[in-house]
Design a binder for this molecule. Sequence first.
Ligand SMILES: [Zn+2]
Length: 111
Amino acid sequence: MNSSTPNNINAAIKQANRRERALNILKEGYKFEDMGEGVIAVTKPGTTAAAYWLNMITPGCDCPDAMKGNNCKHEIAWEILQDEAKMWDAACAEYDARIEADDVPYLYAEH
Ligand SMILES: [Zn+2]
């Protein structure tokens, strides 16, 4: 997984396009399942068998785009999901800390 910073405008556009496609497959309902050992099964909507496999250790994906050496939409989609999970973890940790500090004034606002 190398989401390296693009070093020219063409690379930047390509990366932006892949991010767009990654967001699209997430919207379409692609499933990403962590199988352990750094392996992620990528399943297309309406199917049960994994279409592609991401490997976080090698790292890479076995789709045609990744085979060409690209940071494919599946890898980017997984990164987006991980970032979202981290954001949720951070938000939940902050919320827990606030509950402990008795500092949650607006959750149960009176009508
Ligand atoms: Zn891929």
